[in-house]
Design a protein around this ligand. Sequence first.
Ligand SMILES: NCC(=O)CCC(=O)O
Ligand SMILES: [Mg+2]
Length: 354
Amino acid sequence: MAIKFGRPIELRDTPRRQTDALASPSLDLAIRMRRNRKSEWARRLVRENVLTTDDLIWPMFVVDGHNTRTPVASMPGVDRLTVDQIVRDAERAAKLNIPCIALFPFTEPALRDEQGSEALNPDNLVCQAVRAIKKEFPDIGVLCDVALDPFTSHGHDGLIEDGKILNDETVAVLVKQALTQAEAGCDVIAPSDMMDGRIGAIREALDDNGFGDVQIMSYAAKYASAFYGPFRDAIGSAKTLTGDKRTYQMDSANSDEALREVELDIAEGADMVMVKPGMPYLDIVRRVKDHFAMPTFVYQVSGEYAMIAGAAANGWIDGERAMMESLVGFKRAGADGILTYFAPKAAEKIRAET
Ligand SMILES: NCC(=O)CCC(=O)O
Ligand SMILES: [Mg+2]
């Protein structure tokens, strides 16, 4: 039924209620969208998307030392944690019913080299943290990032020769890094490097080495983004990174290309796929979810966190409401889960409200 200015055209000929428009201004509207918004219970009843603690993955930063929490200046409210402290936050995550945590290391500069060799050390910070967490809280999911950037002196995700990031040679190292992490007890391998063919190579190696149950969450559509800045502060690669990552991460102007990236990773054996960053790429999340119907994740990255947390700290926005609005926006776009530094805060808010 065609509707124009509220009153169905088909009804235009039927007698109207007699009203004196001036004395009692009242539009003759059959449909009033505001009725379903009239009170909190009514809004709850028609709500289409709900954020739960099951949707959250909490990224954490691990640093060498003991019993120390060091604030990351560009991420207000986020700390680098020593292994014993990460176990305490894992406990907090478990109590908040957050299903999974993600680990990122701050590697001492002396341990970084051109090849990122520390990534293959079975006793590196990430492996230590995985073992410590799994010992105390075996039921929480632990996700480990696969890429060389926290370990290389140049801050790139792969090996470099003559200024070029080598693809196949890098994949060979990433396979070893993934096996090292699986050996430590990691549940989900999450390659974030954007080399071609790494998902298939890692899947094959995991299967050949008795890690058939270890899942792969692929950073399938990862864009070269300015929003990663605070993360690079947190892992200590901001100052050392030479150049940018545009020869391997995606061009922010592209959308069809994201579907091709995701399609390849699914074909190579990804169990879950991810779009990153989040807020500027909600259209990509929606396309990926609609196209592949895969478990689809989104990373609300450090710069997105910093924008909200920083503005809130200045009193420019209501931080809690902006946090929740941004997170439900990901659900609305089709995400099954969100990696977010807000995870503990959001989980606490959800718990307080239910
Ligand atoms: N591989 C993980 C990241 O690069 C995270 C980026 C961010 O939070 O800015
Ligand atoms: Mg790819």
